[in-house]
Design a protein around this ligand. Structure first.
Ligand code: ZN
Length: 284
C-alpha cells in the first residue's frame, strides 16, 4: 500500500488507497508521531516504516475524508521555490528563450493554501499554472542528482496562481510577489510517497477550467527534472524538511491565449496528476 500523507484539519493523517478514509497519525501510532504536519518530514523514513507495518484492515473503520477539511500537506515550510519556464511548451508560448539553468523564484510561505481553497482574485489578470509539487524530507546541501529522489518525501498537484500584472510590474520582472498573494499556492490533496511512485519522472498532469481541458502534459517533458532541480537548489541553499518546490507549468496558461484569458469570479479549476490526486479551486 502506497503511503499517502495528508493534513486533516491541521493534524497529520494517513490516507487509504482510494483516498476515501484516513487515520489520525498521532492516534494510530499511540503518540509515537506528533500531530503537527511539519514534524513529519524530518522523520519520513520512520513514517514509511510505520506505514508499512499497518494491517491492510487498518482503514476499514477509519473516518471518511471531508475534502473541505484538508490542509496543505506542508502548511508552513521554511522555503517555497518555484521554477519558471520549465516546460518547452510554456517557454515557447511565453516567447522566452529555453533556460539554460533552472529559473528560480520564491513563493512566500504565507501564500500556501488548502488544496481545495477558494482563490481570491487580487486583480483582473490572475492566471492558472498547474504544477507537480514536491516536498523535501531529509534535506541537506550538495545533494547529487542520483540521490535527489531520496530527499523527497512525496509529490502533490498544485496551482502556482500568478498575478501577471504584478509579476511584470517592474523591469526587470520579479515573480515573487505576483505569485505570493493570499491563497496563491494551493496544493494537495495529499502527498504520495515518492519512493512508491513507479512513474515519478513521467506523471500525467492536466487541468480543466470550467470543464475545458486547458493544460495537459507528461512530466517527463520537464526541461529540468525533479532530481536536477533538487540537486541544483541544494548546491546554493540548504534544503530543509518540509520545503516545497513548484516544478513548473506546461503550455496552456491563460496569458498564452489570443486574446489572453484570465480567471473570473465563479471559475472552477480542477487540477489532476494521475495516481496522485485532484484538487478543485473556485475563484471568488
Ligand atoms: Zn509556475
Amino acid at each position: 500500500m502506497t503511503l499517502r500523507f495528508a493534513n486533516v484539519a491541521g493534524r497529520s493523517a494517513l490516507v487509504d488507497a482510494d483516498g476515501t478514509r484516513y487515520l489520525d497519525l498521532e492516534t494510530a501510532s499511540n503518540g509515537a508521531f506528533s500531530p503537527e504536519p511539519m514534524d513529519a518530514f524530518a522523520r519520513w523514513d520512520a513514517l514509511r516504516t510505520f506505514h508499512a507495518g499497518l494491517a491492510p484492515s487498518a482503514f476499514d473503520t477509519a473516518p471518511t475524508i471531508d475534502a473541505g477539511l484538508l490542509g496543505a500537506p506542508s502548511p508552513m515550510p521554511y522555503q517555497v521555490f518555484g521554477i519558471g519556464l520549465n516546460y518547452r511548451t510554456h517557454a515557447e508560448e511565453s516567447g522566452m528563450p529555453i533556460p539554460t539553468s533552472p529559473l528560480t523564484f520564491t513563493k512566500f510561505t504565507s501564500s500556501i493554501a488548502s488544496p481545495n481553497a477558494d482563490i481570491t482574485l487580487g486583480s483582473p489578470t490572475v492566471d492558472w499554472e498547474v504544477e507537480l509539487v514536491v516536498v523535501i524530507s531529509s534535506g541537506g546541501r550538495d545533494i547529487s542528482v542520483d540521490r535527489a529522489w531520496d530527499h523527497v518525501a512525496g509529490v502533490a498537484v498544485g496551482q502556482d496562481v500568478s498575478d501577471r500584472t504584478l509579476q511584470f510590474a517592474t523591469q526587470p520582472p520579479q515573480f515573487n510577489l505576483g505569485k505570493s498573494r493570499r491563497g496563491y499556492s494551493p496544493f494537495g490533496p495529499w502527498l504520495v510517497d515518492a519512493a512508491s511512485l513507479a512513474d515519478r519522472d513521467r506523471l500525467h498532469m492536466s487541468m480543466t477550467l470550467n470543464g475545458e481541458n486547458v493544460q495537459d502534459t507528461l512530466t517527463d517533458d520537464l526541461i529540468f527534472d525533479v532530481p536536477t532541480i533538487v540537486s541544483y537548489l541544494s548546491t546554493i541553499v540548504e534544503l530543509l524538511p518540509g520545503d516545497v518546490i513548484y516544478s513548473g507549468t506546461p503550455g496552456g496558461v491563460g496569458m498564452s491565449f489570443k486574446p489572453p484569458r484570465f480567471l473570473k469570479q465563479g471559475d472552477v479549476i480542477v487540477s489532476t496528476i494521475d495516481g496522485v490526486g485532484t484538487t478543485t479551486n473556485r475563484c471568488v
